[in-house]
Design a protein around this ligand. Structure first.
Ligand SMILES: [Zn+2]
Length: 291
């Protein structure tokens, strides 16, 4: 074995929220760097992760969610699809979860960064999920990535990301549903969390008593940014707004004891946030062998 990293086997975690079966899956990971973080030194970030009991590596896990609700099978984001060597394990994870990709008829996008839309389309706008009828995305997000003025005045990294987003949009162009309201589907509400990107959105599944909030990229390093919500990452479009939204939402979910999950949680799992001495603590829910 000449790799210093060994791929984890597909991680799958199913949970029921009201009448929605939520399958949480890992698409693999992306290699980042602690240098991308602002507001914490690299050695401090490493030490905080080690103290939290996770590998002190700048590897970011990528989660994808499938919601089975009524007759719909809904994919929430799509992982990275192997872009930049990131993720790309969704197909095997879906197989392990016994979900046929052809059953997926709806997609919800939290935002259009490559690690979220990369799994949707192959090059030349070829759709991966051929039976998808509707793709929901906040209109701010769609407008941002499709804006030619922003594109023309941006650096190469942004242009590359925009090309991936546009490729995915084109693959499903007659299926795109840009929204601005919160009620988008029965039992599913959009939660605007702008800042990480201009249309970054979470999705609240289920009812008040038995709900799950999938909060997208509210955090990239959960143990770092929940303990220190002011820490931002170079991927944020508006770091100040991203930090403000993070603090507001952490307060809300801690107060309401709302179940949450995110695309970059350390594993495909839900969690709750607790307050202790004016700090927030992340508590992952245990995997259960029976749903
Ligand atoms: Zn992301």
């Amino acid at each position: 074995m000449n790799h210093n990293k060994i791929y984890q086997a597909p991680a799958v975690n199913k949970k029921l929220y009201g009448n929605t079966l939520v399958t949480m899956l890992s698409d693999g990971y992306l290699d980042a760097s602690f240098e991308l973080l602002n507001g914490i030194a690299a050695n401090e970030a490493e030490a905080l992760l080690a103290r939290s009991g996770v590998a002190p590596l700048p590897c970011i896990n990528i989660n994808v969610f499938v919601l089975q609700i009524g007759k719909r099978t809904i994919l929430v984001d799509s992982g990275a699809g192997g872009i930049n060597g990131w993720g790309g394990r969704l197909e095997v994870a879906l197989a392990a979860a016994e979900i046929d990709p052809l059953e997926i008829d709806t997609v919800l996008l939290t935002h259009a960064h490559p690690d979220h839309i990369g799994g949707l389309a192959a090059p030349f706008a070829n759709p991966v999920f051929r039976n998808v009828q509707e793709i929901y995305i906040h209109e701010n997000e769609l407008n941002f990535w499709c804006n030619d003025k922003i594109y023309a005045s941006s650096n190469d990294r942004f242009k590359r990301n925009a090309d991936f987003a546009r490729n995915a949009f084109k693959a499903y162009q007659d299926k795109l549903i840009p929204f601005k309201n919160e009620a988008i589907l029965p039992g599913i509400n959009a939660v605007p969390l702008f800042g990480h990107t201009p249309g970054h959105t979470g999705y609240l599944i289920g009812d008040e008593k038995d709900a799950l909030l999938i909060w997208g990229d509210l955090v990239h390093f959960p143990y770092i940014q929940i303990a220190q919500p002011d820490v931002t990452i170079a991927f944020d479009s508006d770091p100040h707004q991203a930090a403000t939204v993070r603090k507001k939402l952490l307060d809300r979910v801690a107060t309401d004891q709302l179940s949450i999950s995110g695309m970059h949680f350390n594993l495909p799992a839900s969690a709750t946030i607790h307050r202790k001495n004016n700090k927030y603590l992340l508590n992952y829910d245990l995997w259960s062998p029976v749903v």
